[in-house]
Design a protein around this ligand. Structure first.
Ligand code: PMP
Length: 423
């Protein structure tokens, strides 16, 4: 029988080392919030494939929808011969996205591709070039999205130069003493020092920074950015690749703030484990690029569309937005109990079921080493856990919303034991 170690050895000689791997584990099978590895060991999955599995591994409805689609056609390229599921999904997303204005949806394959296209569309509409993003933000690994990403190591190291006309403002962070006023002032400083507001096409922001550490954008920040954008004819792009598709208790995280962005990027959990991404936006903005300006061979694959339509049905039937808030409450309470006994946990934070804890040493400095040890100890005890954060000192939970309470509690108790073992 094969082992994780044997497969790791083959992986190391066949796959470049630049592709990281959190756990030295190879999956054999996944079901809802559990996976089994090639050695038959069971794990609770608190990573959800990095926010992709809000409806769990192989949700029966998603599998059935994709199987039915497989029986009819798998590919035409939407720009060659179209298919109804693409249009049906666009109609649904247009109706769901915030804002009392007409909307249109472009489908793609990956989150980075959605962000790239949102920037292209914003430039075509505004006829402006510059884009403002935020420190600690993450938008992808292609060269434009790396330029937007606000963290050097490991993402940007060795890959420059990056596209020009990208500027970074400060993201608020209460623990580091960066207020909403500071963040807005940093945008205004860019207008003074670096780029005139009239040349800025878009401001792009994650409503909750994902890779950056589950930093929640205060509603006031989003509201003030909206006003600033309106004052200068700048478009507001919400990058909801990680926060979207119900993770935070509303389908789009930006809904918590009452702000309607001009463009929203979605991917990950949209299609419940199949590659699909979207840009949803104001119709006249989305229509700015000329025919032929948007698309992609696999963009909006029929399999992805079928999966996404099933995901949306599951959300409605099983009231997963409500469940997302319940999962968030259960995890937050459990993590607070764990934190109460451990001074190393300096904050429990999040929005809905997007929950994390931040770790620091006795001097209050970010403790990436302890974070790594907890992740390793968790894997030894049967829990797949992920870290994140500018300083690598945040443990984040992106467990399927379909996980039963008992499994969530079991995962939390493994986290607790892992802290004991790692401390
Ligand atoms: N934007 C955000 C906010 C993300 O979290 C990610 C992925 N972690 C991306 C963009 C890039 O998505 P993908 O990896 O599918 O290209």
């Amino acid at each position: 029988a094969t082992t994780n170690a044997a497969l790791m050895a083959r992986r190391e000689s066949a796959v470049p080392r630049g592709v990281g791997q959190v756990h030295p584990v190879f999956i054999e099978r996944g079901e809802n919030a559990e996976i089994w590895d090639v050695e038959g060991r069971r794990y609770i999955d608190f990573a959800g494939g990095i926010a992709v599995l809000n409806t769990g591994h192989r949700h029966p409805d998603v599998v059935a929808a994709v199987q039915a689609q497989l029986e009819r056609y798998t590919h035409t390229c939407f720009q060659v011969v179209a298919y109804e599921p693409y249009v049906a999904l666009a109609e649904k997303l247009n109706a769901m996205a915030p804002g009392a204005f007409a909307k249109k949806t472009l489908l793609l394959t990956t989150g980075a591709e959605a962000v790239e296209n949102a920037v292209k569309i914003a430039r075509a509409y505004t006829k402006r070039s510059a884009v403002i993003a935020f420190g600690s933000g993450y938008h992808g690994r292609t060269l434009l999205t790396l330029g937007l990403t606000g963290k050097v190591a490991p993402y940007k190291t060795g890959f420059g130069p990056f596209p020009s006309e990208i500027f970074h403002a400060r993201f608020p962070n209460a623990r580091q003493g960066v207020t909403v006023d500071d963040a807005i002032a940093s945008v205004e400083a860019l207008f003074k020092n670096d780029v005139e507001a009239e040349r800025v096409a878009a401001i792009i922001i994650e409503p909750v920074q994902g890779e950056g550490g589950f930093n929640v954008a205060p509603p006031e920040l989003l509201q003030r950015l909206r006003a600033l954008c309106d004052a200068h004819g700048i478009l507001l792009i919400a990058d909801e690749v990680q926060t979207g598709a119900g993770r935070t208790g509303t389908f789009f995280a930006i809904e918590h703030s009452g702000v309607a962005p001009d463009l929203i990027t979605l991917a990950k959990s949209l299609a419940g484990g199949f590659p699909l991404a979207a840009v949803v936006g104001r119709a006249e903005v989305m229509d700015a690029p000329a025919p032929g300006g948007l698309g992609g061979t696999y963009a909006g694959s029929p399999l992805g569309c079928a999966a996404a339509l099933a995901v949306l049905d599951v959300f409605e039937r099983d009231q997963l937005l409500q469940r997302s808030r319940e999962v968030g409450a259960l995890l937050t309470e459990g993590l607070r109990a764990i934190a109460a006994r451990r001074p190393q946990i300096v904050e429990v934070r999040g929005l809905g079921a997007m929950v994390a804890v931040e770790l620091a040493d006795a001097q209050g400095r970010p403790d990436a080493e302890l974070t790594r040890r907890v992740v390793t100890e968790a894997q030894r005890r049967g829990l797949i856990l992920l870290s994140c954060g500018t300083y690598g000192n945040v443990l984040r939970i992106l467990v399927p919303l379909t996980a039963p309470d008992a499994l969530l509690r079991e995962g939390l108790s493994i986290m607790d034991a892992s802290f004991d073992a790692a401390a």
